[in-house]
Design a protein around this ligand. Structure first.
Ligand code: TXA
Ligand code: MG
Length: 322
């Protein structure tokens, strides 16, 4: 994380002026964090090698872990990657929305090599959040954007979370309020269909288009990635995390789910709603990390629907730290 000049990070409101300013900063090669429906992304021009290098620098991200290129619509996506009929169907069903497709690069894609970390595939996403859409249309070029957190830490679902981790290291944050989905996009490769990351679009929803549940490949840790970024310790709060806790230990902060968690420090959803729990997950971890307590004890969460993404993030938050 060296060599990053300290800079004054602008806080921009997500109105027309703020979006225009954010677009101008991006077009000038700067880094701007912006809201999507999943989490805040740390944007930089995907065709500008210096901007892409600066994303890795600001996050302290390992250079083998490629970025997602964000575009406003499928027409822009088709200029970057080759779409087979299955990819077309998935994009038609779920874009714009919380799905990232990993596809072979197209001729003349123009992306800086750092975006794909040298792979011959690219992760592409068309976000649905109106602010993200407006920004991508104003920039009129692909924007590389990992989640806007220092590498290995909890992803940001509010502008304040972004500033906690990256204030002084990026040009601006565009504040569009809390992200409604709250966990990152589902990542799917299509050749053959493989679920590389559980996320804001449930595997059950994907299965309705595929006709079967997507395979979940076994991920080899820390290797040059076919399914990269799936490092075991990730999304780590500073406090230790323990999962599936029904009887929290004295001194621990209990993160509840559902109506049967009396005395929980916070509850992801009193009414046991998985979408509500996903939307509040990262903010809850950010908040619990600030409270007094020895550890974070998390109540059991069902593993279907968005629960799969929630449990994936919690397992990594609880994994031994590398
Ligand atoms: O919801 C999201 O996806 C957010 C918002 C900002 O769009 N972005 C996000 O980016 O979560 P990031 O960088 O935190 O996660 C991107 C993941 C990483 O696990 C990376 O390894 C994987 O996408 N990825 C990128 N390119 C890939 C490729 N060509 N093949 C396989 N995985 C790839
Ligand atoms: Mg991330």
């Amino acid at each position: 994380m060296s060599g990053q000049a300290e800079q004054q990070t602008e806080r921009l409101r997500a109105d027309a002026d703020g979006i225009a300013r954010a677009a101008a900063l991006l077009q000038g090669g700067g880094l701007v964090a912006f809201p999507t429906e999943t989490v805040y992304g740390l944007g930089g021009l995907a065709r500008n090698p210096q901007a892409v290098a600066a994303i890795y620098g600001a996050k302290g991200r390992p250079s083998f872990n490629p970025l997602i290129a964000h575009v406003a619509d499928i027409a822009a996506a088709r200029r970057i990657a080759r779409f087979d009929p299955l990819a077309e169907r998935l994009a038609a069903a779920f874009w714009p929305g919380p799905l990232t497709l990993v596809l072979p690069l197209a001729q003349g894609h123009g992306l800086a090599p750092g975006v794909t970390a040298g792979l011959d595939t690219v992760a592409l996403r068309v976000p649905a959040a109106p602010v993200a859409q407006a920004l991508l249309r104003a920039v009129d070029a692909p924007v590389a954007a990992p989640s806007a957190n220092p590498s290995g830490r909890i992803s940001p679902t509010r502008a304040a979370h972004v500033l906690d981790g990256l204030d002084g290291r990026i040009a601006a944050v565009l504040d569009g309020g809390p992200c409604p989905v709250g966990v990152e996009s589902t990542i799917l490769a299509t050749h053959p269909p493989r679920l590389l990351r559980a996320g804001g679009l449930s595997a059950e929803d994907v299965a309705r288009v595929l006709g079967a549940m997507p395979e979940t490949p076994h991920v080899v840790e820390d290797s040059a990635p076919s399914a990269p970024g799936q490092l075991t310790s990730h999304y780590a709060p500073r406090k230790p995390v323990r999962l599936n806790v029904t009887e929290p230990e004295a001194g621990a902060l209990w993160l509840g789910f559902g109506p049967d968690c009396p005395g929980a420090a916070l509850n992801l959803s009193d009414r046991a709603d998985l979408a509500e729990a996903a939307a509040s997950l990262f903010d809850a971890l950010h908040r619990l990390d600030r409270l007094d307590g020895t550890r974070i004890d998390v109540a059991p969460i069902p593993d279907h629907g968005l629960g799969a993404a929630i449990n994936d993030r919690l397992r990594r938050a609880a994994a031994p730290r590398g």
